[in-house]
Design a protein around this ligand. Structure first.
Ligand code: NDP
Length: 446
């Protein structure tokens, strides 16, 4: 860190007290930027760091709704519109009891740089609620989503801010929110992505984050002349990102042996093949059950309360949540032979784990690069909505793959430019930052 970045970090901590995840995300970026700031004094002169760490707008609102017993419940809703220098705000909505300002600011800040890396014209935002969809009936989820959108609708629009899904927000929730928006505004426009295929959604959007994370890892492996063929892979989570990570890895010759949820991990040494994955998709997306039922069904091991990181593997795909790989987990992964990590989740590794992976020069793809395929395909959904047409799955998948190749290439080039070849953390942060910073300079004092 330089004197300038130290000062910025202290200000961020002072102005955003008790938001450790936001501090963590900002610090990691600031640590990467020293060479760029040194070569480009115009950024400091224009106070780009002061501005880029301050959201353009923070919206926080009450979400009252009726539960099935007819009682009133009250949750808190948020939308962080962080940066619109290169396009409309874009980023998911998270429904999870741990949601608060600090989590959403970290996610929105990461999103700004991630969206910049996709090569598409999208600014960064994030939102959500401390509402917990787990254990709620479909009607309760619908009433909550309708109330949430009743307020959110006045802040978003196809050229202003286009939310998508994240933890706890999948096709069902997007549908209820889209319906409510349409009803209030009397407009059928692409104000959300991740929509159903029959009403404006894009083929491959559900698959995109998981597929993209695998494509990014494939590019990293290519730098060593390797493929997934015969490699053992561990995956955490069992939601949207985890499911399609397993699907693509299996198609490319890898063997996935774990999945998890917040209750525990299943370990299936025979590999999670297409048929077993179909069971997981039905279990998680339709029945909304627990991953333990996989172990009951297929007779494999279930590790209550454990994460997958003690299972020996060459490749790891953290695809559940932030800070799910601690320093001890990182040491265990390395000791057991893991040398490829592609972050499907946002910020799943604690800073000490990231430092260790970078120091050991393994192929470590940070989330803002590795999981950019989701938002990139949301960008493709926006394009299709604007043109009022739909591309085939082959077309979208080819575009997604090309974008992930481009994201990888930008990271490689930026890392080399900074004199730190192979460091994807520096590469992603610098490449993402420069485009946004230059746009902010061009647009004057915004
Ligand atoms: P889902 O809600 O579909 O699945 C989340 C999975 O992670 C579930 O298995 C859940 O288990 C588990 N999980 C959530 N919180 C915790 C926790 N605190 N501890 C342990 N396990 C947990 O979400 P997604 O798959 O969409 O998102 C997963 C990650 O990927 C997130 O970090 C998200 O920000 C990131 N991401 C998602 C994108 C997308 O397009 N969906 C795009 C880019 C990044 P349980 O059911 O028990 O809660």
């Amino acid at each position: 860190m330089s004197a300038y970045t130290d000062r910025i970090f202290e200000t961020v901590v002072a102005k955003n007290p008790a938001e450790p995840e936001f501090h963590q995300a900002v610090k990691e970026v600031l640590e990467s930027l020293a060479p760029v700031l040194e070569k480009n004094p115009q950024y400091e002169a224009a106070k780009i760091l002061e501005r880029i760490t301050e959201p353009e707008r923070v919206i926080m609102f009450r979400v009252p709704w009726f539960n099935d017993k007819g009682e009133v419940e009250v949750n808190r809703g948020f939308r962080i519109e962080f940066n619109s220098a290169i396009g409309p705000y874009k980023g998911g909505l998270r429904f999870h009891p741990t949601v608060y300002l600090g989590i959403l600011k970290f996610l929105a800040f990461e999103q700004v740089l991630k969206n910049s890396l996709t090569t598409l014209p999208m600014g960064g935002g994030k939102g959500g609620s401390d509402f917990d969809p787990k254990g709620k009936s479909d009607n309760e989820v619908m009433r909550f989503c309708q109330s949430f959108m009743t307020e959110l609708q006045r802040h978003i629009g196809p050229d202003t801010d286009v939310p998508a899904g994240d933890i706890g927000v999948g096709g069902r929730e997007i549908g209820y929110m889209f319906g409510q928006y349409k009803r209030i505004r009397n407009e059928f426009t692409g104000i959300l992505t991740g929509k159903g295929l029959g009403w404006g959604g894009s083929l491959i959007r559900p698959e995109a984050t998981g597929y993209g994370s695998v494509y990014f890892a494939e590019e990293m492996l290519k730098t060593r002349g390797e493929t997934f063929e015969g490699k053992t892979c561990v995956v955490s989570g069992s939601g949207n990102v985890a499911q399609y990570t397993v699907q693509k890895l299996t198609q490319l010759g890898g063997k996935c042996v774990t999945l998890s949820d917040s209750s525990g991990t299943i370990y299936d040494p025979d590999g999670i093949d297409a048929e077993k994955l179909a069971f997981v998709m039905d279990l998680k997306n339709v029945k909304r059950g627990r991953i333990k039922e996989y172990a009951d069904k297929f007779g494999c091991e279930y590790r209550e309360g454990e994460k997958p990181w003690s299972v020996a593997c060459e490749c790891a795909f953290p695809s559940a949540t932030q800070n799910e790989i601690g320093l001890e987990d990182a040491k265990t992964l390395l000791a057991n032979g893991c040398y490829v990590i592609s972050e499907g989740a946002n910020m799943p590794c604690v800073p000490e784990a990231v430092d260790l992976f970078v120091e050991k020069r393994i192929l470590y793809g940070p989330g803002k690069a590795a999981n950019a395929g989701g938002v990139a395909t949301s960008g493709l959904e926006m394009s299709q909505n604007s043109m009022r047409l739909a591309w085939s799955s082959e077309e979208v998948d080819a575009k997604l793959n090309a974008i992930m190749v481009a994201v990888h290439e930008q990271c490689v080039k930026a890392a080399e430019m900074c004199g730190d070849p192979g460091n994807y953390v520096v590469g992603a942060n610098v490449a993402g930052f420069v485009k946004v910073a230059d746009a902010m300079l061009d647009q004057g004092l915004v």
